[in-house]
Design a binder for this molecule. Structure first.
Ligand SMILES: Nc1ncnc2c1ncn2[C@@H]1O[C@H](COP(=O)(O)OP(=O)(O)O)[C@@H](O)[C@H]1O
Ligand SMILES: N[C@@H](CCC(=O)OP(=O)(O)O)C(=O)O
Length: 266
């Protein structure tokens, strides 16, 4: 089965959705809602994979630092997820769009029946013109937040899983950085942006470091894992800066912005 040529998955990370003190970055969320709504008006089907629940929940609950205990992280996610969806609902509503929430665990796509149900839900939402917004089901899952052997790893991986499941044509990963550089620019100020990668091998992994801020998780490594999964199924994957949401217009039209990982010919 081929890919849906007009279907795109956009993933946005915590570092883009929250400001330096850990509160929701309303301008970033509004910009994202506007551009994605506009792109949908242009005839594209849009799925958003959004992080931020734990960070926003921690802030709302007055936790000064990110909790280390699992139960506190899960409680924070429960509070933050409501807050994020409430804001998305308001912003997307301003642009005349309907959103739907889908919270996922690894086992939801491991069982054939659940996987089919999930695909049907995505398809039905898209058919009706709604924009599905996806996150890990942090409050019930242990593996996604903590385990080293987790399938989703973090939302980067989840976005690739969703892109494959929904047979999207493109996966756009919005980060707090312009794309993949030849070394971590936070540590090496002269690092250069790599515009295109056709094969993700060990040499590519060797230049990817960890998260760049207290709020991000995974860093470039998990983005490369996501790109590897998606490109293997023919899905072009782009890492670009979430502060420049306008770049999404260029990307959907096939122009460059950030780093393109070219999907394998199938
Ligand atoms: N080679 C690299 N190129 C670009 N960024 C890198 C690289 N290695 C590590 N990073 C770090 O990855 C960070 C982005 O990942 P992360 O902190 O998880 O944010 P997000 O919330 O977007 O997922 C960047 O801020 C950067 O410091
Ligand atoms: N599910 C978690 C997101 C974890 C995660 O992958 O975060 P990020 O690296 O910012 O995309 C949350 O909503 O807080």
């Amino acid at each position: 089965m081929g890919l849906y040529q007009n279907r795109i998955v956009v993933k946005v990370g915590t570092s883009t959705l929250t400001n330096d003190v850990g509160k929701s970055d309303l301008r970033a969320m509004d910009n994202l809602a506007r551009v994605l709504s506009d792109i949908q008006n242009m005839g594209y089907e849009v799925i958003l994979v959004s992080s931020g629940a734990i960070a926003v929940g921690c802030n709302k609950l007055g936790m000064r630092t990110k909790p280390t205990s699992m139960r506190m992280k899960q409680a924070a996610a429960s509070v933050g997820q409501c807050s994020i969806m409430y804001l998305y609902d308001k912003f997307f509503n301003d642009y005349d769009k309907i959103i739907g929430q889908i919270l996922l665990n690894a086992e939801d796509i491991e069982q054939e029946e659940k996987k089919d149900n999930l695909t049907n839900t995505f398809d039905a939402l898209l058919e009706m013109g709604a924009i599905p917004i996806v996150n890990e089901n942090d409050s019930v899952s242990y593996t996604e937040i903590e385990s080293e052997e987790r399938l989703f790893g973090d939302n980067d991986m989840l976005s690739a899983v969703v892109a494959v499941l929904c047979r999207a044509n493109k996966l756009i990963i919005l980060s707090d950085i312009d794309g993949l550089f030849d070394s971590d620019p936070r540590l090496h100020p002269n690092a250069k942006l790599i515009e295109r990668i056709d094969r993700i091998d060990e040499s590519v992994y060797s230049i990817a470091g960890g998260a760049g801020s207290k709020r991000g998780t995974g860093g470039m490594k998990t983005k490369l894992q996501a790109a590897e999964l998606a490109t293997a199924q023919g899905i072009d994957t782009i890492i670009t800066n979430g502060k420049n949401t306008e770049a999404i217009y260029n990307i959907v039209k096939g122009f460059g912005a950030g780093t393109l990982f070219k999907g394998k010919q199938r």
